[in-house]
Design a protein around this ligand. Structure first.
Ligand code: SF4
Length: 175
């Protein structure tokens, strides 16, 4: 029997205490629990993989810039204390892509609004809680590499995508 299609999931959505504030954002969803039971889930935190500590100062993509510009070295991710953490965010994005490739995952479910994992929105760089449309650095890297990336409120759509992949991965029926 073919293995089920795998999915890269933000570690904080799995309940891992890896966020900047030392907390998590566990996603209480039956679909996610089923994925775990099916052995599909590859948990990953780009910022921790890059060596950033827990807790750490919050960071945002600088105002007016986007993740593609960060990856191209034309914009920065800046922590609230003023530190330029761009290199760590780019390293975390590359590590996320490696983890996906090693696991054979072509789908990701990522925590939205994060400067790494956001897939529909990110904070606007002013540390005031406001968001703008856009992606985090890791999400941008995964999308650019061809992965299908979903936010946590799109878990049902991600499940549909995985089921379609399962059908593609299944060996043809014998006649
Ligand atoms: S980098 Fe991603 S996985 Fe890590 S804490 Fe932030 S949102 Fe969660």
């Amino acid at each position: 029997m073919a293995l089920p299609a795998r999915v890269l999931v933000s570690a904080c959505l799995l309940g891992d205490a890896v966020r900047w504030d030392g907390g998590h954002k566990r996603l209480d969803a039956a679909v996610l629990r089923r994925w775990q039971a099916e052995g599909r889930v590859v948990g990953f935190c780009p910022e921790c993989a890059a060596g950033l500590p827990v807790p750490r100062p919050p960071a945002e993509i600088e105002p007016g810039a986007d993740a593609a510009a960060v990856l191209a070295g034309r914009a920065r991710v800046v922590a609230r204390d003023g530190q330029d953490v761009s290199a760590a965010f780019v390293a975390g994005a590359e590590a996320a892509l490696r983890a996906a490739h090693e696991a054979g995952a072509t789908v990701a479910l990522l925590k939205d609004a994060s400067p790494s994992c956001g897939s529909t929105c990110v904070h606007n760089g002013c540390f005031a809680g406001a968001t703008v449309s856009g992606r985090g650095v890791a999400a941008q890297r995964l999308v650019a590499a061809g992965l299908a990336v979903f936010a946590e409120n799109e878990v049902e759509a991600a499940d549909g995508w995985l089921r379609a992949l399962d059908r593609e991965l299944a060996p043809p029926a014998r006649c």
